[in-house]
Design a protein around this ligand. Structure first.
Ligand code: FAD
Length: 405
């Protein structure tokens, strides 16, 4: 008789956590585990703003999947997932079809552009290693080109960031550190450079403590960031963005780099597979399964869970994706061992820390507000903890962040 086959899609936070727990909890006689991921490496999505700004090399942000996955227990397939045939229990990939008995969908998020014209064509998105590398190189090319052109185009040195949520603010913090380095490297007067943040909402970092938000805004303004808050971005063009300034007024900001960091949705594969969803995220049952699909678990940014206290969805975070991965592995093992009902997942939120660059941050950890170097230290602890949870001390020594002050 064929062993039950568990197929995990995506080697991000949720997927790797599931697989590394399954390889501990199940013997090879009990089940076959297959991990499918586009690349043969995992990247720390939460560090991509650093690789994008160029403050951290992209190789520091990724590690080989085989370094954390026991290949005698887990078969790794490097392939792109193209579709899920739910009824036929098959995954369609660039390397052929893979049958499953149990499926874990952990394919992460994609950028949401809300139908804004020109964003897909002219804006960069902080999505993966390739896009991060491209943003870093594009910014550097703008600086190098500026220095070498006869008739100087100052707008080349303007970087527009759409979105003042978590990702946008963390990226702006890194730019605030990187731009002075680039100015030195390319002999450019820093006053020529503009870092502009455009945000439709009436405040930056919605949902964060107002006192910390005030601190973050002041810190970024000190690093030269200009904020246009309550200002929707209407359109992106090849060399500018149009922003709304009141009912009928539109202002054009000329820019050499446009980065869109203002929203995420789930993975399009969810929509294609025909699983009921909201913006490609599945409102999952408490045991992490997709409603009506007893053999399909959806975790991480592809899942949607309502916080019963606030009646709003939990924000998609690595913290939740990893915790879901642990419960998902336990629930699959329970199903194989004939145990029912399954464990219900409740996020255990320890806090949130938002980086404002190498040496500054804001955060609330175990209910305590932190700013400055203390918060920045905590951010690195959080980053190192994520490595430890997946790959133990050896991964922390290899990839961890140890420059605390
Ligand atoms: P991911 O970790 O993104 O992994 C998805 C995996 O699926 C990737 O390996 C990808 O290559 C693979 N994949 C995707 N499509 C396919 C396909 N078709 N075929 C095969 N493989 C595929 N959260 C926090 O908790 N704290 C933070 O400080 C924080 N900072 C952030 C900073 C930035 C710049 C960004 C972008 C996000 C940040 N987040 C943070 C959010 C966090 O990164 C996500 O919530 C988390 O990555 C979700 O984990 P996941 O497992 O769902 O997806």
């Amino acid at each position: 008789m064929r062993k039950p086959r568990i197929v995990v899609l995506g080697a991000g936070y949720g997927g790797l956590m599931t697989v590394t727990r399954l390889q501990k909890q199940l013997s090879t006689n009990e089940a076959e585990v297959i991990l499918i991921n586009k690349n043969d490496y995992h990247y720390e999505t939460t560090w991509l703003h650093e690789a994008s700004a160029g403050t951290l090399h992209h190789d520091r942000v990724r590690y080989d999947i085989k370094d954390v996955v026991n290949t005698s227990k887990v078969n790794f397939l490097q392939a792109t997932v193209d579709d899920i045939k739910v009824e036929e229990k098959k995954v369609v990939t660039s390397q052929g079809e893979v049958e499953f008995d149990y499926l874990v969908v952990a394919l992460g998020a994609e950028s949401e552009t809300f139908g804004i014209q020109g964003l897909h064509e002219h804006a960069f998105m902080i999505s993966n290693i390739n896009s991060a590398r491209q943003i870093r190189e594009h910014i550097e090319l703008q600086f190098a080109t500026y220095k070498n052109e006869e008739v100087k185009k100052d707008e080349r040195l303007t970087i527009v960031v759409g979105g003042a949520g978590f990702t946008g603010i963390e990226f702006l913090g890194e730019l605030g550190n990187r731009v002075p380095e680039l100015c030195k490297e390319y002999d450019i007067d820093p006053s020529k450079v503009r870092i502009v943040c455009v945000e439709a909402a009436p405040m930056i970092l919605p949902g964060f403590d107002p006192e910390l938000v005030k601190y973050a805004r002041a810190a970024l303004e000190k690093k030269g960031v200009e904020f246009h808050i309550g200002t929707p971005l209407k359109e992106a063009k090849a060399d500018s963005v149009l922003i709304s300034k009141g009912e009928d007024e539109v202002e054009e900001i000329k820019a050499g780099t446009i980065v869109w960091a203002a929203g995420v949705r789930g993975n399009r594969i969810i929509e294609k597979a025909g699983i009921e969803n909201m913006r490609a995220r599945v409102k999952i049952n408490k045991d992490l399964r997709a409603p009506g699909h007893d053999n399909i678990f959806i975790i991480g940014d592809c899942s949607l869970m309502i916080n019963e206290e606030t009646e709003r969805p939990y924000p998609p975070t690595a913290q939740i994706a990893m915790q879901q991965g642990e419960v998902c592995a336990r629930n699959i093992a329970a199903l194989l061992h004939g145990k029912d009902p399954l464990e219900e997942f409740t996020p255990d939120l320890k806090g949130t820390v938002c980086s404002l660059g190498e040496d500054d941050a804001i955060g609330v950890v175990y209910g305590r507000k932190l700013t400055g170097t203390k918060a920045s230290f905590m951010k690195k602890v959080v980053d190192n903890r994520a490595l430890y949870m997946v790959g133990g001390p050896s991964l922390v020594f290899k990839k961890g962040k140890f420059k605390f002050f």
